[in-house]
Design a protein around this ligand. Structure first.
Ligand code: IMP
Ligand code: MG
Length: 192
């Protein structure tokens, strides 16, 4: 199954329930308890700071929605959009669309993304945010695939380390599908 095949078939013939089968890698209970732990850690570490959480759209929106509900601090929430993927391949060319609505000057920013893969996206967004003169930028990712790193970047908060497999669900997509799966999964190879 490649990106073209699935997107062409989806646009005409297939209904969403006909998407390829998935196998859970991180189930809902594990996600829930880890996200609560991360929220508690962030609450403790940002207690004396003026926190602005910035989610990378669209992948981080489910994760950030749960995460901020476990952060027990006054905080602001905004989002920024980045693209580099088509299907399971990163183009390597990260595009940022800054749709930030809040002024982050002097604020402590926590940048939240779904997954840290090659590191290009997060490092480019961090670089951009720093030009807006926040007091600092820390990073938080649900998933980390350290084996794929191209840019030297480590996230400050990591939910789970995953092997070098393409994952979907809980915000992560394959050609924009699967984001609504309530758990993190791998797409099963087609039989036959
Ligand atoms: P990076 O720039 O290579 O670190 O990639 C980060 C972005 O690529 C993430 O924000 C995801 O949107 C996407 N990505 C990387 N790996 C996966 C994956 O396994 N499944 C779905 N999206 C992924
Ligand atoms: Mg993404």
């Amino acid at each position: 199954m490649d990106g073209n095949t699935i997107s062409k078939s989806m646009s005409c013939l297939l209904k969403p329930h006909a998407l390829g089968a998935t196998k859970a890698l991180i189930d809902q209970n594990k996600l829930k308890s880890r996200v609560v732990e991360m929220g508690a850690e962030i609450t403790a570490n940002f207690a004396d700071r003026r926190l602005t959480v910035i989610a990378v759209s669209n992948g981080a929106i489910l994760f950030v929605a749960d995460l901020v509900r476990s952060i027990d601090l006054p905080m602001q929430l905004d989002s920024i959009t980045a693209y580099s993927y088509s299907g399971t391949k990163s183009s390597g060319d990260v595009k940022i669309f800054s749709d930030l609505k809040l002024d982050i000057t002097g604020r402590s920013v926590l940048l939240v993304d779904d997954i840290l893969d090659t590191g290009r996206t997060l490092s480019k967004i961090v670089e951009f945010l720093k030009t807006l003169e926040p007091s600092g930028v820390e990073t938080c990712v649900l998933l980390d695939k350290p084996s794929r790193r191209v840019v030297d970047i480590k996230a400050d908060y990591i939910g789970f380390e995953v092997p070098d497999v393409f994952v979907v669900g809980y915000g992560l997509d394959y050609n924009e599908y699967y984001r609504n799966l309530p758990y993190v999964a791998v797409i099963e190879p087609e039989k036959g």
